[in-house]
Design a protein around this ligand. Sequence first.
Ligand SMILES: Cc1ncc(COP(=O)(O)O)c(C=O)c1O
Length: 358
Amino acid sequence: MVMRIVDLRSDTVTRPTDAMREAMASAEVDDDVLGYDPTARRLEEEMAKMMGKEAALFVPSGTMGNLICVMVHCDVRGSEVILGDTCHIHVYENGGISTIGGVHPKTIRNEEDGTMDLVAIEAAIRDPKGSTFYPSTRLICLENTHANSGGRCLSAEYTDRVGEIAKRHGLKLHVDGARIFNASIALDVPVHRLVKAADSVSVCLSKGLGAPIGSVIVGSQSFIEKAKTLRKTLGGGMRQIGVLCAAALVALQENLPKLQSDHKKTKLLAEGLNKMKGIRVNVAAMETNMIFMDMEDGSRLTAEKLRKSLTEHGILVIPENSSRIRMVIHHQITTSDVHYTLSCLQQAVQTIQEPCQN
Ligand SMILES: Cc1ncc(COP(=O)(O)O)c(C=O)c1O
């Protein structure tokens, strides 16, 4: 018997759909490093239009997209970037902006909702008169949605205000928009409006959108020209990428309209989990497709015990720490998968908490 698999580890685990595989097989391609791949051009043009920017560039990953953007904005070694202390660029990208880019990070505390305090941002900007001693602030980075806050959305107004601070001080604003479409759907604000104040945005195609590979960065024409050079330097110039871009074009068509349903399923799962004894979920904070499920002190539950039990039922999750599990909904999770997960978890919670009765 084939085991039912409910893969909640991340929204990066999706498999290409039949339509994506067909589009990949029949994609019109050419050498993109030479600038001739027609499918890549089509994807880049569509993404630039959707994001309200002049130009776009396909890159192999969100990590490379962020690195390229930071390095274009901070092209003088010893530049400083202001960013959140729990943001992806700072925590999960191998410190690439420092080790490869020569860029110094100045972290500000991320609030529970993924924002950084505006007064704290402005106070962190270095006084140019002190440049004999200090690095020079050149960039502010935001992340929308903010993954380590559980997929919280930054509003257009908040992003505008950060953009105003950046402008006032002659800085640039980059948005890590790995899941910007989730934010757009959750806030019901067009994606181009959400990033209007940004000089650059990196958007992942391989997260909520469900494409197998790639990200796109957007910005002004001159920004993208510099980004293209850096992409080559970093080894991210690839040849017949139309094969990948074709899948991404299908993802935009097929999966973008499904994000709202992903968010509804996330709420359904969060509400069900929150009813279980010993488990706590901040349902009000579940704005998009992520859930942080906490185990209450003294409940006998641990993340590892629950992960093991769920795995036996084909449900895959990743513990964040000993008392927290992260679950992420994507287009390949059905409402029935959510109910199945709730019922398996209920069973696991009972077995762990009341072992003598079994
Ligand atoms: C918010 C955010 N930014 C950037 C990335 C990096 O994307 P990639 O895994 O494609 O390098 C991720 C990946 O999970 C992410 O969650």
